[in-house]
Ligand binder design. Structure first.
Ligand code: ADP
Ligand code: MG
Length: 699
């Protein structure tokens, strides 16, 4: 499948000299590979910086603090006095303009005396300092003689490292790997390449690993840009191929005559917003076409995606088919079900729920009704794509909060029907550049307006040492009958310590405010969670302490206060999601972000943004800026291939070009059969997007 030409890239790094099983394990960690790392992984592990050793001043000209390479004569040693291990071993050296003291802590005397023979010339490279009235260098990076100087890289790449792998080891391994890089046919458009000053692929790798100039490493420099563009083009091509393939697998026209939709809309206690109408129109237009729909419905928390999803489901049910809605958590699935079921029933539809909790006879009965078609819309969790779940005729899969699901999980659901249309909803507003990156030209509907009647949330940041005041204020709010979320911090990675913090807070609040206080957390049984949510939503309890389980989707319009403890530990997107739980009704809402002072720069910036805006799209953009990388999407969890070379900040602007390029290529040469097409196949294989090639070759 993979062109033989690329074999060297995909051989194990253990074939390199000096890398055995022990190092291989460390390289797995360093290169983020679960399987055996290959040369390509090492070669795409680019330096994140470089040390410039080119400055070669005389000692008198040295600027203390700078990195220099100096030529000196070794004058004398002053070893640490016996019994005083802590004292450094000093070496005095000089040139004809001045003196330099080399300082070593805890180094072996015989080793140093061999490294610095008195009376000889040495070239020494490292960071200088002015200390005790003397020019010094503590633990020089490099010490070489005349011969060694020739081999000393004057621009030394700096690689991300892991314990047990030194800079030298990586340099050697990369050298060996670079020597195996074959010449590859050019896949870039020649005019585009010239215009951008791109080196060829192999030379670009070379330049980045063995820079001759500091500029060589710049993210915007030609070498890095070339590789980033290669990567983006590969991903856009793969997405294009996938899409073309999906298009060819003819879909079915699913949308019916509109009678159910009209009935549901008439039964709603509110009227749809303009953007809800628009989104629905776009979805129905897709459903009516004999092509597969893959549409993303983006809308900030509380923007009303669920009802749009229900109306989309109604459209396919009108034509006698079924719909499924998959949510990432049990709480969310139940919540959706609770919203959907009464509306569905009002117009004579059957909705059902299937999660890990439905078992035994009930579950069997439900599955029967599903395969017979009695159930029109099935809401659930991962349980939906279990093997024995069969639909009579599934036409629409709605996947909520999709970034929590892997690609294969989405496919598992889509495969439960024939030519199933897919609607993905997400409350994490994904910046346009990221959407393009991960979904290609997937169609997008956005719900940008909030439903009418919503009031802005008053967001305040308060240091934790004023907790007592906050608690008093919460007490007053309780007395006024308000409903309050109190979110406890992520203490550590582990859920148990998380839980302990929430339980402690619950205890103190309960002691003070009595039975109005309740607790919900991720380790409770599903039914207990539901029960806690139910009590809170009907006002039986008023203050709900929780871990972040309430993060997504939970909808209690009466809740008007949210306290978030240790807000500085949460990401911006998460804070926004959490805050979105309030401000959903007509009451005025307040969000109190409690933080432990002093705040770091990033945390400070995050909290400031939270105070400033409620616009999820703006928050997502700011989040991207603060965090860098595609973290916003939770790329790791999502099963989306992460980018190894391209970064959204430095190379995001190339995406439209890569997309247009990919489109043009596929319009002209859909089978990638031309000369350039063949080279592009190599590109796809190199970036491991060649799954897509199988699609075209299978015809
Ligand atoms: P999302 O899933 O986008 O976070 P929901 O679909 O849960 O938002 O909607 C939030 C709340 O807004 C729900 O209580 C829903 O009934 C209500 N809602 C939805 N659309 C409208 C609308 N057009 N006008 C008023 N309320 C609406
Ligand atoms: Mg269709």
């Amino acid at each position: 499948m993979r062109p033989n030409l690329l074999d060297p890239f995909f051989t194990a790094i253990t074939t390199l000299p000096g890398i055995g099983p022990k190092l291989e394990k460390l390289y797995r960690r360093l290169l983020g590979r679960e399987d055996e790392p290959r040369l390509v992984d090492l070669l795409f592990h680019l330096p994140h910086g470089a040390i410039d050793r080119r400055a070669r001043p005389k000692l008198r000209e040295v600027d203390p603090g700078s990195v220099v390479t100096v030529k000196v004569t070794v004058d004398r040693h002053r070893p640490a006095p016996p019994g005083r291990d802590r004292a450094p071993h000093l070496i005095y050296a000089s040139d004809d303009t001045g003196d330099l003291v080399l300082t070593y802590f805890r180094a072996r005397r015989d080793y140093l005396e061999k490294l610095f023979p008195v009376g000889e010339t040495r070239y020494i490279s490292g960071t200088t300092a002015f200390y005790d009235g003397m020019l010094q260098m503590v633990h020089p990076d490099r010490v070489v003689d005349e011969k060694g100087l020739a081999a000393l890289p004057m621009i030394e790449p700096v690689y991300p490292l892991t314990e047990g792998i030194t800079a030298n080891m990586i340099v050697k391994a990369v050298d060996a790997a670079l020597s195996k890089v074959p010449e590859l046919p050019e896949w870039q458009d020649p005019a585009f390449q010239i215009k951008n000053g791109f080196p060829a692929f192999g030379p670009a790798l070379h330049i980045l690993h063995r820079p001759q100039d500091m500029d060589d490493l710049a993210p915007e420099g030609p070498a890095r840009t070339r590789l980033a563009y290669d990567e983006l083009l590969a991903s856009q091509l793969a997405l294009g191929l996938m899409r073309a393939h999906n298009r060819k697998r003819a879909g079915r026209a699913h949308a019916g005559d509109g009678h159910l939709r009209r009935a549901i809309i008439a039964a709603l206690p509110y009227s749809l917003t303009l953007s809800q109408h628009r989104a629905l129109d776009a979805i129905v237009a897709d459903l009516s076409k004999p092509e597969r729909m893959v549409r993303l419905l983006q809308g900030d928390v509380g923007s009303g995606k669920t009802v749009v999803a229900l109306l989309a489901a109604a459209a396919v049910i009108e034509s006698g088919r079924q719909a499924a809605l998959m949510a990432p958590t049990e709480i969310l699935a139940r919540q959706h079900f609770n919203t959907i079921a009464p509306l569905a029933e009002a117009v004579g539809l059957r909705a059902a729920i299937l999660t890990g909790r439905e078992r035994g006879k009930d579950r069997a009965a439900l599955l029967d009704q599903l395969s017979s078609g009695e159930i029109n819309i099935l809401v659930g969790t991962h349980a939906l794509f279990q093997d024995d779940v069969t639909f009579r005729d599934l036409a629409l899969a709605i996947v909520d909060e999709q970034h929590r699901f892997g690609v294969h999980q989405r496919l598992a659901l889509v495969n439960k029907g024939e030519a199933v249309d897919m609607l993905v909803t997400t409350a994490t507003p994904i910046p346009r550049t990221l959407v393009l990156t991960y979904f290609g030209d997937m169609d997008i509907s956005e719900l940008r307006e909030k439903p009418a009647g919503r009031q802005p949330i008053d967001t305040r940041t308060i240091p934790l040492d004023r907790l007592a005041e906050v608690t008093d204020a919460v007490g007053r709010a309780l007395q006024e009958g308000q409903r309050i979320y109190w979110v406890c911090p992520l203490v550590e990675e582990s859920e148990t310590s998380d839980l302990a913090a929430a339980e402690d807070r619950f205890k103190t609040l309960r002691k003070r405010f009595g039975s109005a206080v309740d607790l919900v957390h991720g380790q409770m049984r599903g039914s207990e969670k539901d029960e806690a949510m139910r009590r809170f939503s009907i006002g039986e309890t008023q203050l709900l302490v929780s871990t972040t389980v309430i993060e997504v989707g939970v909808d209690v319009p009466e809740a008007t206060v949210m306290v978030i403890e240790h807000a500085e530990r949460f990401g911006l997107a998460q804070l926004h999601q959490l805050r979105g739980r309030i401000g959903r009704g007509h009451g005025k809402s307040t969000c109190l972000l409690l933080y432990r002072a002093p705040l770091g720069e990033t945390a400070k910036a995050r909290l400031a943004i939270m105070r400033e805006t409620e616009d999820g799209f703006r928050i997502a953009e700011e989040d991207l800026k603060l965090r860098g990388e595609g973290d916003v999407l939770g790329t790791r969890q999502s099963g989306m291939p992460a980018f190894r070379i391209a970064s959204p900040e430095a190379h995001g602007h190339l995406l439209p070009a890569a997309r247009d390029d990919a489109r043009l290529i596929l319009t002209r040469d859909a089978a990638l059969a031309s000369e350039r097409g063949k080279a592009l196949r190599i590109l796809l294989a190199l970036f491991e997007r060649d799954d897509a090639i199988r699609l075209i070759d299978a015809g």
